[in-house]
Design a protein around this ligand. Sequence first.
Ligand code: ATP
Ligand code: MG
Length: 230
Amino acid sequence: RLKEIEGHVKFENIVFEYEAGRPALKNINLEAQAGQSIALVGHTGSGKSTIINLLCRFYDPVQGRVLIDGQDIRDVTLESLRSQVSIVLQDTFIFSGSIRDNIRYGRLDATDEEVELAAQAVNAHEFIKLLPDGYDTQVEERGNVLSMGERQLLSFARALLADPRVLILDEATASIDTETELKIQEALKTLLFGRTSFIIAHRLSTIRHADKIVVLDHGVVMEEGNHDEL
Ligand code: ATP
Ligand code: MG
């Protein structure tokens, strides 16, 4: 069981294939110190999502190991892994229910106050307050009460409340107005603080702020370094 982990993540000699004979990851060695943010970049099909899939244990590697604080993630329960590793997907998952329930997802014990504090910390409180019923406003899975930017902020509030040690973020590509963009940047900083993060980054600002940029190409790491080095 993973308990009170630091958040050191290591991909060790990882080989993975979805279909026999067509490796999606060829020999990946990748390390994130606890608290570091890693931006994964590369062309479509280069293996970014696959790396994330392995870290979430949606799949297991064919060869090699994924370690968190030195422990193979295959040796911990999924429940324990899920409590320490959270993912914020590009297609931000909203379910039918209130805004409050949507933020509380993953932390059902959170009080109303905790929900609002999390929303405030990521600049979501402002827009939620303007909704007809505030935090009690009902939203639908495929509804359009919320803009893409607002959905993103909502998912940040959810992630902040869940407070995982390792955060995975598949950044939205949708074009977002400048004002919201700035809010998201600020919120991201708050959300990433003190956590290890892997970000499939699309925004230049996110890439620039990452501690390490990993450039993938056809399942191998082509380059690795920070923004100044690359
Ligand atoms: P994108 O930027 O388009 O999201 P990516 O870098 O995330 O690309 P991956 O999704 O990791 O790329 O794909 C890596 C390789 O694995 C590609 O060759 C892709 O076709 C293949 N692949 C991905 N998912 C599957 C799957 N479920 N079944 C079979 N092959 C897959
Ligand atoms: Mg992908």
